[in-house]
Design a protein around this ligand. Structure first.
Ligand code: DP6
Length: 443
């Protein structure tokens, strides 16, 4: 069989540069945006550190990109001397040689095809030319830095999606790009699809090529789903997911039990609930799984604490709210930090956010930016809560305190990565250098 051309180094004396009409080496580039996702059945623990595969399957909701997204420009040229990476405007020295970054770049490049000019249909880069080009990547995210919202999922998903577009990559099996993104950050594999997305743990194949993400249903299947995210202030630095889960695997018997016995039935039930638009079942499983994940953190030796007193007071308020309503109207979930993600339905979103605003009020002067969506914010501010509900939450001991929650995002489920026009590119097409200037954000 013919040898694959892609990774064979070009003999130098035969190589020639792909030139532009002005006689310079051409720079090829693509820009994409990618969403974040919030797991409802959590990934915690690696089966293989080398392949970055999980000890259990997980499932998540992909969030809309209007507020929270990563934007990445991937470029390649024969004139570039080394691979370079800029994050939020600053060059990351040495990042281009990190294991996670290399797995993504080299993984997508192996799937490279000819690059075709969509206007003329002409081949502008033959697939065997990619191996002779270095790449420059620039990326930023719209997550407020102090918010501690997982940005690595969106970031690695954007990286893989931008490279796939640049190299015109073709998967050799369904989900191959998600298996590559997984090696950047596990949760990133789920951000390559919109809506409700499962990451199947895999493990039947020796190379873990069966550890891939799969769309259960697109965002259009259940358009009424909403998320209210409470950004809980936290001065302390979190234990990173990677090191936290490694300690949990080494020490928590509860985690081993969870992976073996608990997760798969929950996966089956939550997928069924999602397809049937059964919010009560969906919400109960999401809450129970978040609680069990944090229980495994407490069962880790030494224990890891991601939630704080504010997080726990939100949990109490949600249970009181559901009891008052006589049905599950809201479901909380917490990742490796104190922020609360509350799932609800369109028809209850104003009421839920009004309750949260009542007990987690805005700091003076921060009113305007406290709720991400101005139209929603004005509905929330004018909503009148049932005094019985307020009294019931007060009984938990919660005293409204400004500053416990920094801000709220109001969002919904959304699609996977989107291709952006060249006007959104953050690499200069002439110099190949980053053009994004880091903006200091308040929170
Ligand atoms: C609690 O995907 O950040 O958010 O694979 O080591 O990069 P690495 O971990 P990461 O872990 C996410 C953990 C979680 C749960 C989840 O998203 O499923």
């Amino acid at each position: 069989p013919p040898k694959p051309l892609v990774n064979r180094p070009l003999p130098l004396r035969f190589s020639f540069h792909i030139m532009t009409s002005t006689g310079k080496s051409a720079i090829f580039m693509e820009t994409v945006s990618a969403p974040t996702n919030i797991a409802c059945v959590k990934y915690w623990g690696k089966a293989s550190v080398e392949y970055n595969t999980p000890i259990n399957s997980s499932i998540s909701v992909t969030l809309d990109q209007s507020d929270l997204r990563a934007v990445t420009t991937a470029s390649a040229s024969e004139s570039f001397e080394t691979d370079r990476l800029w994050l939020n405007g600053a060059e990351e020295e040495g990042a281009a040689t990190s294991k996670r970054f290399r797995a993504c770049v080299d993984g997508v490049r192996r799937l490279a095809q000819d690059r075709v000019d969509p206007a003329t249909g002409a081949v502008v880069v033959k697939r065997d030319k990619w191996a002779g080009m270095k790449i420059h990547i620039a990326s930023y995210n719209t997550f407020p830095t102090a918010a501690g919202l997982a940005s690595s999922a969106a970031g690695y998903a954007a990286l893989v999606a931008a490279l796939a577009k640049l190299f015109n990559a073709k998967e050799t099996y369904p989900g191959e790009l998600t298996a590559i993104a997984r090696q950047g950050s596990g949760s990133a594999c789920r951000s390559l699809y919109g809506g409700f997305v499962a990451w199947r743990m895999g493990g039947q194949k020796e190379d873990w090529s069966d550890s891939v993400a799969e769309q259960v249903a697109p965002e259009t299947h259940w358009p009424e789903i909403r998320a209210v995210i409470l950004v809980v202030s936290d001065a302390k630095k979190d234990t990173s997911s990677t090191s936290g889960m490694s300690n949990s695997v080494a020490t928590s018997k509860l985690l081993a039990h969870r992976a073996k016995e608990v997760v798969q039935p929950r996966m089956d039930a939550i997928e069924k609930a999602w397809l049937a638009k059964d919010f009560a079942t969906f919400g109960q499983i999401a809450m129970a799984d978040s609680n069990q994940f944090h229980a495994t953190c407490l069962d880790t030796y030494p224990p890891i604490f991601y939630m704080n007193d504010v997080s726990r007071s939100v949990i109490r308020a949600v249970h009181v709210y559901n009891d008052w309503a006589g049905e599950v109207r809201a479901a909380y979930t917490f990742d490796a930090g104190p922020n609360a993600v509350l799932y609800t339905l369109d028809k209850h979103a104003v009421e839920l956010a009004a309750l949260m605003l009542r007990f987690y009020p805005t700091e003076v002067g921060a009113e305007e930016s406290y709720i991400s969506n101005p139209a929603f914010a004005s509905e929330v501010r004018s909503h009148e809560l049932d005094p019985a509900l307020i009294a019931a939450v007060e009984k938990t001991g919660r005293v409204p305190t400004a500053g416990d929650v920094k801000m709220m995002y109001y969002t919904k489920s959304g699609p996977g990565p989107q291709s952006l026009g060249s006007e959104e590119a953050i690499i200069d097409p002439e110099t190949g250098l980053n053009t994004y200037l880091s903006k200091k954000r308040k929170i």
